[in-house]
Design a protein around this ligand. Structure first.
Ligand code: FES
Ligand SMILES: [Fe+2]
Length: 365
């Protein structure tokens, strides 16, 4: 989709839309076996429950019988039973039981509840925005793909601006000079090159060497084999950023999952990860690295807080240093987007179920 900064964008910073993809919903630790919760997810209500097998299910929350919210119901095995009249739905959304009704065997007239793909990764429950994930993957770190990892999940945040705008933070080397002068000392003037990894993922990778105009830079420079400061970010679904940085022998991994709200806001969290080393000592070391990353990551996040509390993003005067941002905007404009008002729910049959029951009754008289 073509765009230019002057005429505005159709998806980037458009508060009426969201990009189709995987979004974090909540921390896995917040949902124990047998628990259920109702959340607002991309502008709609969603029921999430963990069955007794440990499986997590995400489902449209209003019972197709009369609309009771299923969060008031009960988890039985891997199914959920509505609190109002006891209809039961399995993990695929199919109505599996209508107690106390003589036409219980006619469940084919009952609309199915819509369900959404769910995965758990890095301590979070991830849900796809639509009923079919179309083979799209949950955001991950390529370097950690086949590794065992330790992680620490940070606190959740709300920002009154869009995820795409919050994500500019880590690719805006320009603002390191002012908001994070400590980072500027270590990183110098970074030059982030855009590398498309897939239709839904773009990498921005630094091309510049470790700066040697300060003592810290001179100390850490021998730790980098290539004469390039390792700092790259993979941006998934225009909403989740994974960041990798650090010297060759110790890469730090930070993840920033976000999801947009219909009022132009962002619900976010952070995850700090490390490769798990062998043995108990290795496990403890990995956990310690996670916590160090947590302290540094939250420190940087605090520095930006005031900016993102009040920004009204509108890039009227881009300069050359803003090129990575413009590349990211271009990538976002190429995503599949939907309006919040668009229904994601499974279409119900045209004929109202009550009418179907009545016609069956009439036929049998
Ligand atoms: S409203 Fe759910 S069973 Fe009646
Ligand atoms: Fe920042």
């Amino acid at each position: 989709m073509a765009f230019n900064v002057k005429n505005g964008t159709q998806i980037f910073n458009n508060k009426d839309t969201y990009v189709e993809g995987w979004y974090w919903a909540l921390a896995s630790s917040k949902l124990k076996k047998g628990q259920k919760i109702g959340i607002e997810f991309l502008g709609s209500q969603l029921l999430i429950y963990r069955g007794e097998s440990g499986k997590v299910v995400a489902m449209d929350p209003y019972c197709p019988h009369m609309g009771a919210h299923l969060k008031e119901g009960k988890v039985i095995g891997d199914q959920i039973m509505c609190a109002f009249h006891g209809w039961k739905f399995n993990e695929n959304g199919k109505c599996s039981d209508i107690p106390c009704q003589k036409y219980a065997d006619k469940t084919d007239i009952v609309p199915r509840q819509g369900t959404y793909p769910v995965q758990e990764q890095y301590g979070l429950i991830w849900i796809y925005s639509h009923p079919d994930a179309k083979g799209n993957k949950v955001p991950f770190f390529t370097e950690l793909e086949n590794e065992e990892v330790e992680y620490v999940v940070g606190h959740s945040t709300f920002r009154p601006c869009r995820p795409e705008v919050v994500m500019l933070n880590a690719i805006d080397a320009h603002h390191f000079n002012t908001v994070h002068p400590e980072a500027r000392k270590m990183a110098g003037n970074m030059d982030l090159k855009p590398i498309p990894l897939s239709p839904v993922t773009i990498r921005l990778e630094n091309q510049t060497p470790v700066p040697t105009d300060n003592l810290l830079g001179r100390i850490v420079k021998p730790l980098y084999k290539r004469n390039v400061l390792t700092y790259f970010l993979d941006y998934w679904y225009a909403s989740t950023g994974v960041v990798c940085l650090g010297p060759d022998f110790l890469h730090f991994y930070l993840m920033f999952p976000h999801r947009p709200t219909p009022n132009g806001g962002t619900e976010g969290t952070m995850v700090f990860l490390a490769k798990r080393r062998k043995g108990i000592f290795g496990k403890l070391l990995a956990k310690a690295i996670c916590w160090i990353t947590y302290v540094v990551g939250t420190y940087f996040e605090k520095g930006d807080r005031l900016i993102f509390e009040s920004i009204r993003f509108d890039m009227k005067a881009p300069v050359k240093a803003d090129l990575p941002i413009i590349e990211f905007i271009r990538h976002v404009e190429g995503q599949t987007a939907h309006e919040f008002t668009e229904s994601r729910q499974v279409k119900h049959p045209k004929q109202h179920p009550a009418a179907a029951i009545l016609s069956q009754k009439e036929a049998s008289v």
